[in-house]
Write a protein that binds this ligand. Sequence first.
Ligand code: NAD
Length: 377
Amino acid sequence: MSSSDNFKVKLLKNLGLKRTLLVTGGAGFIGANFVHYWLANNIEDRVVVLDALTYAGNIENLNLVKDNVNFEFVHGNICDTALIEQLLKQHTVDTIVHFAAESHVDRSITGPDAFIETNIIGTYSLLKASKKIWLDEPKTQGKPPIPHRFHHVSTDEVYGTLGPNDPPFSEATAYSPNSPYSASKAASDHLVRAYHHTYGLAVTTSNCSNNYGPYHFPEKLIPLIIANILHDKPLPVYGDGQQIRDWLYVEDHARGIELVIKKGQIGENYNIGGNNEWANIDIVKLICSRMNQAFQHNEQLAQQYPLAQKAFAQKSEELITYVIDRPGHDRRYAIDATKTNNELGYEPVESFESGITKTLDWYLSRSDWWLPLMAKP
Ligand SMILES: NC(=O)c1ccc[n+]([C@@H]2O[C@H](COP(=O)([O-])OP(=O)(O)OC[C@H]3O[C@@H](n4cnc5c(N)ncnc54)[C@H](O)[C@@H]3O)[C@@H](O)[C@H]2O)c1
C-alpha cells in the first residue's frame, strides 16, 4: 500500500467506514463462508485470512474471493504470537474474527493435544498479541488505545447437555463442557472474557449451534451422510440416534456474527441459533429421502454417481447402520437466542427446508470439492 493509500484507509477507519479484518481459520468451513459473506456485504472492508491449513483447512474454499483486491491469505499458525503482532501492524487490523480451532469432537476424544494447543494456547496467543498492539504499545507512546474489536467464535457445546424438557441454553446458562473439544472452547471463552475484564480489551463472543451448508468437511454428520449415500457406504448413526442438535444454515451464522461485531455490546456473549431442533436419526432419514427424490427426478445423477445404487433404487435408508455411541455423547443442545434477536434484531433468513435444499444441491454439484477430501486422514 502506498502512503497516500494508507492515509485514506486511516481516514475512512476514523470515520468508521472501513474495517480491516483478520479472520483466523478462514479456510475452514464456517470461516470461508464468513469471508464470502463479509466481502460481498461490506465491500469497503479488507479481509486478511490467517490459516494453518490443517486437514480441515482448504485453500480452495476461498477460490471465490482469491482475486478480490480486498482479500489476502496468510499461511500461518495462531500460536505464532510474533506473526500475529506483525499482521496486526502491517495490515492495520482493527477487527479480529477468531474461528481457528480444532473442531471435531471425535478427534478430541482420540487426540486432545491439538485441541489444547490450538483452542486454548492459540486463543491466548491472539489475545496477547492484540493487547500488545492495540493497548500496550500506544500507551507507551503516550497515545490512546487503537480502536479495535476481538470477536471470538464459540459453540453451544460449552453449556453441556440438556434433558428432553430442559429450557434451551441462554447466555446465563452455567458452562458445563463434557468433551475435550467443548472444554477447550470453554477455556478459550473464559480467556477472552478475562482479557476484557482485566485489561479492557474490546471483546465479544458468540456461541452458536450446529452449522450446515457448503464447504462442510465430510467427516461431520450432514456431509458424511451425503457422501456415503453417493458411495453406497453404510450411514453410521451413533447409539440410538436420538441425540438432538439445533441446526443453523452457515450463512445465517455469518450474518449473526456481523450483527454482533457491528451492534453488540463490548464484553457480552451472544447466542446464535436457528430454533431448529432435530434428532440425528431424523436428519439422516431426511437426507436419505431427499437423495432418493433427487435421483428420481434427475437422470444424470445416476451417471455422475454410478456407485449410488441404493439412492438410484429409492432405498438409501437401507444404508443406515447403528454404531456404538461416542463416549460422553451429549444428548441434546438447544439455543435460546432471545437476547441476540431482541438486542441486535437477529433472525435467520433460511428455513431448514431452503437451507437443506441448497446444501444438497451444492454437494451434488461439487464432488470436485469433497471427493478428494474423503481420502484425507
Ligand atoms: N461447525 C459448527 O457447527 C460450529 C458451531 C459453533 C461454533 N463453531 C466454531 O466455529 C469455528 C469454526 O468451525 P468450523 O466448523 O469452520 O471448523 P473447521 O474445522 O472446518 O475449520 C477450522 C479452521 O481452522 C484452521 N486452523 C486449525 N488450527 C489452526 C491453527 N493453530 N492456526 C491457524 N489456523 C488453524 C484449520 O486449518 C481450518 O481452516 C470453531 O471455532 C468452532 O469451534 C463451529
